[in-house]
Design a binder for this molecule. Sequence first.
Ligand SMILES: [Zn+2]
Ligand SMILES: [Zn+2]
Length: 290
Amino acid sequence: MSQVLSAIEKWVEKHPYLDEIANLQKVMVATLEEATHAESMLTGAMFESKEMESELKRGIPALKTISINDAEVEATVVLVRTIAEALSSSSLPTKMNEQCKKIHAIASEEPEIMGGLIKQVLTENEVDLEELTLASVDRGVLMYVIWNALSHVLHPIKTIIDEKLQTSSLKWNKEYCPVCGQLPGMAQLVRTSKGRERNLVCGCCQMQWRYKRMGCPYCKNDKQKTLNIIELEGVKNLRIDTCDKCKGYIKTYTDEGNEQVILSDWSTLHLDLVGKNNGYQRFGYQLYGI
Ligand SMILES: [Zn+2]
Ligand SMILES: [Zn+2]
């Protein structure tokens, strides 16, 4: 069993109420670990584009500058099909099995339609179900499958941008993702040579980037009095940072070592409930509905 899968099992032992979503996630992780072909399609020189780099310096996310070509869309369609097939035949709730059967059928029988939906997710973070007469497909499930496939297919570009950020040849410091432009779903405090700093994690493509430690990443408010922390009894290394100006919250992992499970968002759904029950809202897109 891979490290991530055993880390998920350990997490569920302590959080048994996450059992159902963890089963879903285990199938997803195992499927993506085997899907190496889709990723290798994207290791072209296109990501070294000078235009992308100069646009990133102006604050324009990579996917707004470089467009994904047909071969890459095709690779993503194949991966969506593979994921949907695995999820439709695993022991998951019947609704999930059925939804994934429908998604698998579209990706196999009408790959152009699925390709169009993938492009729409990349440009608008939306799927136009009505126009495509796919009304019986649940939007949330489709977005979840497509973003997981994209997160995998985009791995090479995330690595290249991450290297630029690490070597300081590129400074980002924006509140939105440098790859896909979406808002963060989570944050992490990390120890660096400059002390403790904060990383943000994209709620969609899972890219991580450094952001100032203090201040709301949604409305940029930095008035201390309006920024608070909700700590949960019995919950170690996790907290909810809130902002009274925009009423937003962000879940924050305050330790290091279990990023693959904790930063993947589904594993801390109980914190989303607490944030929402306290009157705050989540601005980063949520792939895992509660
Ligand atoms: Zn992103
Ligand atoms: Zn705010």
